[in-house]
Design a protein around this ligand. Structure first.
Ligand code: PLP
Length: 370
């Protein structure tokens, strides 16, 4: 059996150090925010290269709070349009609705599955949006210089949904989380940097933005019992901050292993019914997921399952077909997104996989239907 992702095995390595730090935390009596949360925030800012990191309860709240901060600053107002990838995880889109904004879907590129700058530019002419939420889907960076240069000239806030791209770095050495006006992170347990529960953060070089999110995540309070804004409770728990600070020391190593596994897949998989999106092994894609596309995806998944290989589908139902968006997005024609959702399959890219296991998966795929 090769499971899709063995989180227990991955996290077991931290057990003893974690219990030590948790004991220290218990003895500190700081159960909400406090020095352990602040310490991870400082490390995460340093790691991403952004001036500020603010911990949040999860990734959805991080996106929502960035949008709310943009509203407070007058960059966005209720009902404004926000461009989002049509094929992203619905977790990118729901916070846009929660913030009272209108998400507008943009079709990706068939070879990278990310939305290129040109597609956003075309959509902007048609829809007059006020923001772009670029998503580094599956770990591949989706913000380049073209997008970064264009967004301010078009009067758009450019935000990153970096929930799948911890540690990804562009050819100029700029990291995910430091590529736009601000970025939202999720540390959901399966992400490249994962907590042992829910956790999230924002990163930004904009001090005012960071200060606003810091306030909004804590009832809109800067001073205790004085709510300047209608904030929420979306604080990063110190229990999870401790996990994240510890696991951060291994993130680069585990990302390198993910890329190594991706290289093996890309070199080894040879099958007329299995297509691999353009590979990128320079660190600008951290392979949160290694996806392939097949017109016979369901059969391929069943075949691998029957031979003990766990795979998953990210994602089985496109956002515009889901109850949450069906009526808002019923007029959009999104054929590429539909095809991607029919054909996509995620292979195991667990950094703890052994080379022999990767080779076995490649071998089985190459023998599919033969
Ligand atoms: C995980 C994820 C989210 C949501 O994060 P949560 O912590 O689960 O709220 C948002 N966008 C993307 C692309 C994600 O992968």
């Amino acid at each position: 059996m090769i499971p899709f992702l063995d989180l227990k095995r991955l996290n077991a390595a931290y057990r003893d150090r974690l219990l030590d730090r948790w004991e220290e935390w218990m003895n500190s009596g700081q159960y909400i925010l406090g020095e352990f949360t602040a310490s991870f925030e400082a490390q995460w800012a340093r790691y991403t290269g952004a001036a500020q990191a603010v911990g949040t309860a999860n990734g959805s709240d991080a996106i929502y709070l960035l949008l709310e901060a943009c509203k407070i600053r007058g960059h966005l107002k209720e009902g404004d349009k926000v461009l989002v990838p049509a094929n992203t995880y619905i977790g990118s889109i729901l916070p846009v609705l929660r913030a009272g904004l209108e998400p507008v879907p943009v079709e990706p590129d068939a070879e990278t599955l990310n939305v290129p700058a040109e597609h956003y530019m075309q959509a902007a002419e048609k829809h007059a949006p006020r923001a772009v939420l670029a998503v580094h889907l599956y770990g591949r960076l989706a913000v380049d210089e073209t997008l970064r240069d264009w967004a301010p000239t078009a009067g758009l806030c450019l935000l990153e949904d970096a929930a799948q791209a911890h540690g990804a770095v562009d050819p100029d050495g700029r990291k995910a989380g430091n590529l736009a006006d601000a970025a939202a992170w999720s540390f959901y347990p399966t992400k490249n940097l994962g907590a042992l529960g829910d956790a999230g953060a924002i990163t930004t070089n904009d001090e005012e933005m960071a200060a606003l999110v810091r306030q909004l995540r804590n009832y809109g309070q800067k001073q205790k019992y004085r709510s300047d804004y209608a904030g929420i409770n979306a604080r990063l728990d110190p229990v999870q901050a401790i996990v994240l600070e510890l696991k951060l020391t291994d993130l680069d190593r585990l990302n390198r292993r993910r890329i190594e596994i991706a290289e093996k897949y890309a070199a080894g998989i040879r099958h007329p019914l299995v297509r691999i999106p353009i590979p990128q092994f320079d660190g600008s894609h951290v392979y949160h997921q290694f996806v392939v596309l097949s017109p016979r995806r369901d059969e391929l998944q069943t075949y691998l399952q029957s031979r003990g290989i766990g795979t998953l589908i990210h994602y089985p139902v496109p956002p515009h077909r889901q109850g949450a968006l069906k009526s808002l997005w019923k007029h959009y024609h999104l054929p590429l997104t539909e095809r991607i959702h029919r054909e996509i399959l995620s292979l195991p890219v667990d950094p703890m996989l052994q080379n022999g296991e990767v080779e076995r998966i490649i071998d089985l795929i190459n023998k599919f239907d033969k």
